[in-house]
Design a protein around this ligand. Structure first.
Ligand code: UTP
Length: 275
């Protein structure tokens, strides 16, 4: 069973400066909803209600968002705007939120290791809220949970990207599992390879299910590409033992950590709301 979802949300979000100088990237809205709320909704849809958030300096707005705002709620009570808070209220009622801080921003792998104190010794999901995923049927985490239940090992979500974009992603190599068209047993992983060095164009996006032995591996993982502790390097240790599945998810993904992806998501959700 996957009961907990970790949200590494300590990054600086430099691609969105100056907006992210005092506002966490995860709080930037697509229409009226902050990115991290979409991520929490996806986890809830997958049956997960324990949210563990790795935050950092300047990220207080995330905690305030998943809390009651007495003055505001008193002010709009009984009026037409009250329903605008329905979704967030229902999340607050259903879920628990706990927080820990990453003191030094030493990369995604380090952020996940920082979350160990909130996760403990059990398999868990990871959502990078700046990858916004959408599917009309089962959400991406729900799809991945099913894959985890079948294979009982770490699962990464992948999508095919243009070959000239491999340097933005962790890229996998692997063999399709017999009888499937979307499930690979991973044999190799490379962090942000140049196209000429990339084994495939199958890129890891911001959804993972990890088994808890990943924490010990991360503790022993040295800084890699960009001087950061990379989750890809730690996953490679599991992959060498045949314990990583890559799953080509159904649905759309918007890279809301980039301005182009953010605008694309905004337009897509706006068109959908209007139609
Ligand atoms: P990114 O690579 O998108 O980095 O991190 P970033 O700092 O958020 O944004 P840019 O590149 O400067 O614009 C991927 C995910 O890992 C988290 C981020 O919050 C984001 O969810 N992260 C990254 C951490 O929590 N801690 C880190 O040290 C690095």
């Amino acid at each position: 069973m996957i009961n907990k979802c970790l949200f590494p949300a300590a990054g600086y979000g430099t691609r969105f400066l100056p907006a992210t100088k005092a506002t966490p990237k995860e709080m930037l809205p697509i229409l009226t909803k902050p990115l991290i709320q979409y991520g929490v909704e996806e986890a809830v849809e997958a049956g997960i209600t324990t949210m563990a958030i790795v935050s950092g300096r300047g990220k207080r707005a995330i905690e305030d968002h998943f809390d009651i705002s007495y003055e505001l709620e008193h002010q709009i009570k009984g009026g037409s705007k009250e329903e605008l808070l329905d979704e967030i209220r229902s999340l607050i009622e259903k879920c628990t939120f706990s927080y820990t801080r990453q003191i030094e921003m030493k990369g995604l792998g380090h952020a996940i290791l920082t979350g160990e104190t909130l996760i403990g010794n059990e398999p868990f999901a990871v959502v990078l809220a700046d990858d916004l995923c959408q599917n009309d049927e089962a959400g991406v985490l729900e799809q991945m949970k099913k894959v985890y239940e079948k294979y009982q090992c770490s699962v990464v979500a992948i999508e095919e990207v243009p070959m000239d974009e491999t340097q933005k992603y962790g890229v996998i190599a692997g063999k399709l599992v017999d009888g499937t068209e979307d499930t690979y047993r991973v044999s190799d992983m490379v962090e942000k390879p140049e196209p000429k060095d990339a084994p495939t164009n199958l890129a890891i996006i911001g959804r993972y299910i990890l088994t808890p032995d990943i924490f010990d591996i991360l503790r022993n993982t040295k800084a890699g590409k960009g001087g950061e502790i990379q989750i890809t390097d730690a996953l490679l240790e599991q992959a060498k033992q045949g314990r990583v599945i890559a799953y080509k998810f159904k649905g759309k993904r918007f890279d809301c950590g980039s301005v182009d992806g953010f605008v694309e998501a905004t337009n897509w959700f706006y068109d959908r709301m209007k139609s």
